[in-house]
Write a protein that binds this ligand. Structure first.
Ligand code: SAM
Length: 245
């Protein structure tokens, strides 16, 4: 959110209702109550809802509630996420977009000058993702398997953030390879890691989640992982910044 719109928001009815901005620079609002807040993204344009999310009209803008039971990003916010490593105007590569629930919120966050490149391998959700992309000018769907990034390498520019939600046994290896191919140094990671899907490594020490974290922290500087229960069983949410040797 720009300085000017931020200043007008500071004097606005929404502010008086107790809305707050927990992530400086990003158009995310948090509404009361404190112990069970709702997080909202400011919609690009004025779309109807994407997945039945609640809408509010405040200060000449449409705000979309992020349903934490549907979006792991929303769940992470409810579980105390401190930083969302995204920047307005930034480019994001999103693996496992399904029908665009969270991807549409990401597109709200990076805004009109940004872009969200969304990879999804299943044709049925992809069809709905195409519909969402028709309404969000900065959302670019790609029907492909994340095991084969070279098929979309020509279409995806270097990105400022990588989001993963693919529940694959090799999800960590997929994250590392995509970081190497697409993510700029210092870029953000948002990783909804599904622990029960992880393949245990031959001879690897510790449980699969620890093994996964060891692999990730070799090249990412990470915040403490967040458990997404009760919203999503078996998931942890990892954020960080890419710091390869
Ligand atoms: N991230 C979505 C959201 O919050 O709206 C939900 C994602 S859903 C849990 C996981 C999705 O990842 C499914 O739609 C599945 O088809 C997709 N997926 C799984 N493995 C994949 C792969 N190798 N390449 C691309 N997509 C994959």
């Amino acid at each position: 959110m720009s300085g000017a719109s931020r200043r007008s928001f500071d004097r606005s009815p929404a502010r008086r209702e107790g809305w707050a901005f927990p992530f400086p620079g990003l158009s995310v609002a948090r509404s009361p109550p404190e112990d069970r807040p709702t997080f909202w993204t400011r919609a690009l344009g004025n779309p109807p809802e994407v997945y039945g999310e609640r809408l509010r009209f405040r200060d000449d803008a449409t705000w979309r509630a992020i349903d934490p039971t549907r979006s792991k990003l929303g769940a992470a916010m409810c579980r105390g996420l401190r930083e969302v490593p995204l920047t307005p105007g930034g480019k994001v590569l999103y693996l496992g977009g399904a029908s665009g629930t969270t991807a549409s919120h990401m597109a709200d966050l990076v805004g009109r000058r940004g872009g969200v490149y969304v990879v999804e391998k299943s044709p049925r959700p992809f069809q709905r993702l195409l519909d969402v992309a028709g309404r969000w000018p900065n959302l670019f769907p790609i029907l492909a398997d994340a095991h084969d990034p070279r098929t979309y390498l020509p279409w995806v520019p270097p990105v400022d953030a990588l989001y993963l939600d693919i529940a694959q046994p090799d999800q960590v290896e997929i994250a590392l390879e995509h970081a190497r191919l697409f993510l700029r140094r210092g870029g953000g990671l948002l990783f909804a890691l599904k622990v029960p899907s992880l393949r245990r490594k031959e001879g690897g020490a510790g449980d699969p989640a620890e093994q996964a974290l060891r692999g990730i922290t070799r090249v990412f500087e990470t915040a403490p992982p967040l458990r997404l229960e009760p919203f999503h069983r078996g998931h942890i949410f990892i954020t960080g910044h890419y710091r390869p040797e």
